[in-house]
Design a protein around this ligand. Structure first.
Ligand SMILES: C[S@@+](CC[C@H](N)C(=O)[O-])C[C@H]1O[C@@H](n2cnc3c(N)ncnc32)[C@H](O)[C@@H]1O
Length: 309
């Protein structure tokens, strides 16, 4: 089984505009597809720091093209602490030439039954990308109040009957706590609204995003990325969810994920990035037919402006 088929691979690396000898970050190493191409473009000079919080992804760095490459450094950590980890590697803020984040989970994570990401396999409801820390999907289903569960289902999953489902979770767990993907899939089946597969995907995705605080981590990396980039450095983000895409779009335009326009001392609107992609780049029909998981992906790229101009 291939670990992961990289999405928008050629496009994202092209837009990063790799300078041989530059300093780059791949925030989401996964199967290393994007990292491999960045290293190729670096041509034996410069540095690539790759992050992944998943133990399984770390094993992919054992391939000689990574382990034997002096330009490559793997950081087994959550990318939300980007600045802290880069500083520990003696990389100063304002010096990085490009940062790529390809969000979400890899196919390997998704297709490994015991990780509990998918309703297709019977497994413990875990869903943590980092199995060493944080609460599992079962902890959330068994512990959150009904209104908090409703928020998760409606905001992160766009589940239309989020209130009904949240109340059903609370009633069901009073009889028997949630333990497996099957427990949750059964409850979904009893409360279906719309097409079955779509409903299950929405509920499972919402929980996964909550378990891993994916929106919180995205907000943190965007802020750190801005600080770490050199003027002229590029930030490229591939998203798979409309909320994530909106956050990235706002951040590139305004410097914050809410999209609030900030003014400087003279009343000029601050524009922290030059938009390299005016509209998001989406996968070609050919890519979608080869890799259906690319379907909802969107790439946005910004170039950090020189604040002294
Ligand atoms: C879509 S995959 C990346 C695939 C990769 N670009 C490739 O070409 O193989 C996302 C990866 O990012 C990791 N990841 C997601 N959120 C993370 C976070 N907050 N910190 C560190 N790694 C994260 C996941 O564990 C997963 O391996």
């Amino acid at each position: 089984m291939t670990y992961h088929e990289s999405v928008l691979l050629r496009e994202s690396i092209e837009y990063l505009g790799i300078i041989p000898g530059g300093i780059y970050v791949d925030a989401t190493f996964g199967g290393g597809g994007h990292s491999r191409l960045i290293l190729e473009k670096l041509g034996g000079k410069g540095r690539l720091f790759a992050f992944d919080q998943d133990e399984d992804a770390k094993r992919n760095t054992e391939q000689p093209e990574f382990s034997a490459n002096p330009c490559f450094t793997f950081i087994h950590a959550n990318f939300r602490h980007l600045k802290r980890h880069l500083r520990a590697e003696a990389v100063r803020p304002g010096t990085v030439n490009g940062i790529l984040a390809d969000l979400g989970v890899s196919s390997f994570q998704f297709d490994t039954p015991e990780r509990g990401f998918s309703y297709r396999f019977e497994a413990e409801l875990d869903m943590r990308m980092n199995k060493q820390e944080g609460q599992t999907a079962a902890d959330i289903l068994n512990g959150y109040e009904a209104d908090a569960l409703q928020r998760v289902f409606s905001e992160l999953g766009e589940v239309r009957n989020s209130k009904t489902l949240a109340q059903a979770v609370v009633r069901a767990r009073a009889q028997k706590p949630f333990r497996t993907t099957g427990d949750l899939a059964d409850l979904c089946n009893k409360n279906l609204m719309g097409e079955k597969m779509r409903y299950l995907s929405q509920v499972f995705q919402a929980l996964r995003m909550e378990v891993n605080d994916e929106l919180g981590a995205l907000e943190d990396i965007l802020k750190d990325a801005y600080e770490m980039l050199a003027p002229g450095g590029r930030l490229a983000v591939i998203t798979f969810h409309s909320l994530e895409d909106r956050m990235v779009k706002h951040f590139l335009k305004t410097g914050n994920v809410a999209g609030d326009q900030q003014k400087d001392f003279y009343g000029n609107i601050e524009r922290p990035f030059e938009l390299i992609t005016k509209k998001p780049i989406e996968p070609s029909e050919e890519e979608i037919s080869r890799n259906p998981r690319a379907r909802s992906s969107k790439l946005r790229v910004g170039e950090k402006r020189d604040s002294t101009n």
